[in-house]
Design a protein. Structure first.
Length: 223
């Protein structure tokens, strides 16, 4: 990745990027479901698979083990069998059980809804295999917290456009925190992921179709 001499973009440019991405991808419907453990387990199941297989695995897991205590205490082979549709069951099953083991006798994360954001993040990051992206996703989807979980798509778009560049996902997240106003953080998470997934793709970005092409600072853009 080429080095970018970053100067914080002015508000007019940020607004223009926001408005065009909203025009392109629409306004997401944020309907927090209030189940942080479910969201956390889903993020484990989503690794290296698609949403369809993740959802199949999650549904099979919940059908077989109605309570999280039952998932935690079951023979690991039975958990593997339930989540097999999502792939990598031998890696994911013990990770799920290790996470649930750390959530107490009666697994609970509901307190993270009202706790200070950094306290919730710190606790989630202490769980086995949970990184900052996963922790932000849990707070975002479960409770509607205005977090931006930097995945590969957001990392790429943030750097290419120079909207919020950084050498690590954490640096990109911190720079996005600086430039994206709080009311738009949930939406920005949605827009940037979709832009990276469908337009600003890794190998052959569709610069000729990009609505923010003229606002992009990527030196290798094709138009």
């Amino acid at each position: 990745m080429p080095e970018i001499d970053w100067k914080r973009p002015d508000k007019r440019r940020v607004r223009a990027i926001r408005d065009r991405l909203r025009e392109m991808y629409g306004v997401p419907v944020n309907d927090p479901h209030g189940h942080p453990i479910a969201e956390l387990i889903k993020t484990v199941l989503s690794q290296h698979t698609n949403d369809r297989n993740r959802d199949r695995s999650f549904a099979a897991l919940r059908e077989r083990f109605p309570g999280w205590e039952e998932v935690r205490d079951a023979p690991v082979g039975e958990v593997e069998e339930a989540i097999r549709p999502g792939g990598l069951a031998k890696q994911k099953a013990p990770r799920i059980q290790a996470i649930l083991e750390q959530l107490g006798e009666q697994p609970d994360l509901d307190w993270t809804e009202t706790a200070p954001r950094e306290e919730s993040l710190e606790f989630l990051l202490s769980l086995p295999g949970v990184g900052r992206k996963t922790a932000n996703v849990v707070l975002n989807i479960a409770f509607g917290e205005p977090t931006i979980a930097v995945d590969t798509h957001i990392f790429r778009v943030g750097n290419r456009t120079a909207l919020a560049p950084g050498k690590t996902p954490f640096e990109v997240e911190m720079n996005l925190e600086k430039v994206v106003p709080p009311p738009y953080k949930l939406h920005a998470h949605h827009w940037l992921i979709l832009h990276g997934r469908y337009t600003c793709v890794a190998r052959r970005p569709l610069c000729e179709k990009c609505l923010i092409n003229d606002l992009c600072r990527w030196p290798e853009k094709t138009v």
